[in-house]
Design a protein around this ligand. Structure first.
Ligand SMILES: [Zn+2]
Length: 250
């Protein structure tokens, strides 16, 4: 909060006289309070001392208010295509806000000496709604025209518009580099994840293959036929063998 606003909030005297004094308005009666000067609508500090009804004369020029223009029906209103824009992260928004506050101080330092009375509040040079509007349209601000459309109420476009655009463009470049780094990192991680999934699938397939081969060999072991009996043993079995083969059990 700047000093002038703090003084305004704490003063007990007439607010209108206070502001006239603050901004150097020395017209007759400017420094007198509302009751003394019989102002038609007293300020909030003088109101408790005000006695009598508030009187507002009827306007002589317009007896009836004009009707409001009819709003277009939903079917007539052309639907706006959704615009997909990249948003700032919380950290980027905080960084930008800080930079814009520093820019406000910079404009204040440069412009305050150009004021005739020197009591203009800081917010007049670059107020909070201006900062909020820039933050909300930050990515889209790429030219002086767009900047002017974003904050048309700002009085210092011609004096400081270029330096404000340079500040915004510099931050946009930094953030674009950060977005790109995040994108590359995410791609790298997804590639590694896909690779590890692929390796795991291959390992599983190999395990299954080995296991299935083991099952087949077990099956083959079950159905394996006995080797053919040599002819000499056949002779022993049939009682035609020599003595050396006696006792051999087949
Ligand atoms: Zn007053």
């Amino acid at each position: 909060m700047n000093n002038e606003k703090a003084l305004m909030l704490t003063t007990k005297e007439c607010l209108i006289a206070f502001f006239n004094k603050l901004y150097g308005n020395n017209t007759p009666g400017a420094l007198r309070d509302c009751i003394e000067l019989s102002r038609r609508l007293p300020c909030s500090n003088c109101l408790p001392r005000f006695i009598g009804p508030l009187y507002f004369p009827v306007s002589s020029t317009q007896t009836h208010l004009l009707p409001f223009p009819a709003a277009p029906s939903p079917s007539e209103a052309a639907p706006k295509p959704p615009v997909k824009t990249q948003k700032l992260t919380k950290k980027m928004r905080a960084t930008t806000e800080l930079e814009l506050c520093l820019f406000r101080d910079h404009v204040y330092e440069l412009e305050r000496n150009n004021d005739s009375h020197g009591f203009t509040p800081l917010a007049v040079y670059f107020n909070d709604p201006t900062i909020t509007s820039i933050l909300n349209h930050f990515i889209q601000i790429t030219s002086l025209e767009i900047l002017s459309d974003t904050i048309p109420w700002w009085k210092y476009h011609s004096q400081h518009g270029l330096s404000l655009l340079a500040l915004i463009s510099g931050l946009q470049r930094d953030f674009a580099a950060q977005f790109e780094a995040v994108r590359l990192d995410r791609n790298k991680k997804s590639r590694l994840h896909a690779k590890s999934k692929c390796t795991a699938a291959l390992d599983q397939a190999e395990d299954d293959d080995i296991k299935s081969k083991g099952d087949i060999s077990e099956v083959e072991d079950d159905v394996v036929e006995p080797p053919p009996i040599p002819p000499t043993l056949l002779r022993i079995r049939n009682g035609h063998g020599g003595k050396q083969w006696k006792g051999l059990k087949i």
